[in-house]
Design a protein around this ligand. Structure first.
Ligand SMILES: *[C@@H]1O[C@H](CO)[C@@H](O)[C@H](O)[C@H]1NC(C)=O
Length: 284
């Protein structure tokens, strides 16, 4: 934008401050994929549609594809609508996640593991703090995620991370730094999305292979909403204090009881010396 061409000039500085202050109090805004994201790999397999409101990623035998947000954020709420690969999607993985860069990185993951026709997708969630993950929870959905768009959201603030599906919380990861569990809160993150082949592990531990006669596989993204804090600016996003109310806690309990298929907190074979502290402390 021309306004920002010379931020050192005093008249521009006043204008700049005005825009910075304004941007801190904006309501959640619909991102435009042209303006706010860039397709970073896939050699034409990623396509922006609907004037920037939609984006499709495709995967074939030679490559998958992916995009990322142009900006980095420290805390916020990120909503994405996705329509997943239909039919036999076994071996494919569609992702929507936040990640910092470099060593000791932080990451908050939504990954959708495809399956044979008629079998349920697995929604895989994980949190990495300072390079360490091993905090997986997996779910099956209560609807067909390939038939229509559904909204998947990540709320990330200094107290907790909340994963939501169509506004129902499916997982809360609380900050337990006081018990020595690292929590992602010092590194800014970008939003990343991709569609790739992971038939070496995704479907039933790699036993089911991708059927390339069904390629190209296509996943659709749209209505990307960002209500987040840009690094270094004061921020009044409501997501900063987001916590579950009674209704949210009920909904979370329902999802966890009826639709959770894997919980690292319950995996004593994998963690014979005891599961992580946040597992014991976690109340909804
Ligand atoms: C695929 O379907 C099978 C059978 O219903 C299920 O056990 C499995 O969790 C599903 N997900 C993946 C990624 O294999």
């Amino acid at each position: 934008m021309a306004f920002f061409s010379n931020p050192k000039a005093p008249e521009n500085f006043a204008l700049l401050s005005f825009f910075v202050i304004l941007s801190c109090f904006t309501v959640p805004s619909l991102a435009n994929f042209h303006r706010d994201a860039e397709i970073t790999w896939g050699d034409g397999r990623g396509q922006i549609t609907e004037g920037g409101r939609g984006l499709s990623l495709s995967l074939d035998q030679y490559s998958g594809s992916g995009f990322q947000s142009k900006n980095e954020y420290l805390f916020g709420r990120f909503d994405m609508q996705l329509k997943l690969v239909p039919g036999n999607s076994a071996g494919t993985v569609t992702t929507f996640f936040l990640s910092s860069q470099g060593e000791g990185h932080d990451e908050i993951d939504f990954e959708f593991l495809g399956n044979a026709t008629g079998e349920p997708y697995t929604v895989h969630t994980n949190v990495y703090s300072q390079g360490k993950g091993d905090k997986e929870q997996q779910f099956h959905l209560w609807f067909d995620p390939t038939a229509a768009f559904h909204t998947y959201s990540i709320v990330w603030n200094p107290q907790r991370i909340i994963f939501l599906v169509d506004n129902s919380p499916i997982r809360v990861f609380n900050n337990h730094e006081s018990s020595g569990i690292p929590f992602p809160k010092n590194q800014a993150m970008r939003v990343y999305c991709s569609l790739w082949n992971a038939d070496d592990w995704a479907t039933q531990g790699g036993r089911v292979k991708t059927d390339w006669t069904k390629a190209p596989f296509v996943a659709y993204y749209r209505n990307f909403k960002i209500d987040a804090c840009a690094v270094g600016t004061p921020c009044a996003s409501k997501s900063l204090t987001h916590e579950l109310d009674a209704n949210g806690r009920n909904r979370l309990r329902w999802v966890q009881q009826k639709h959770m298929v894997y919980n690292y907190c319950a995996d004593v074979q994998r963690f014979p010396q005891g599961t992580s502290v946040e597992c014991k402390r976690s109340r909804f």
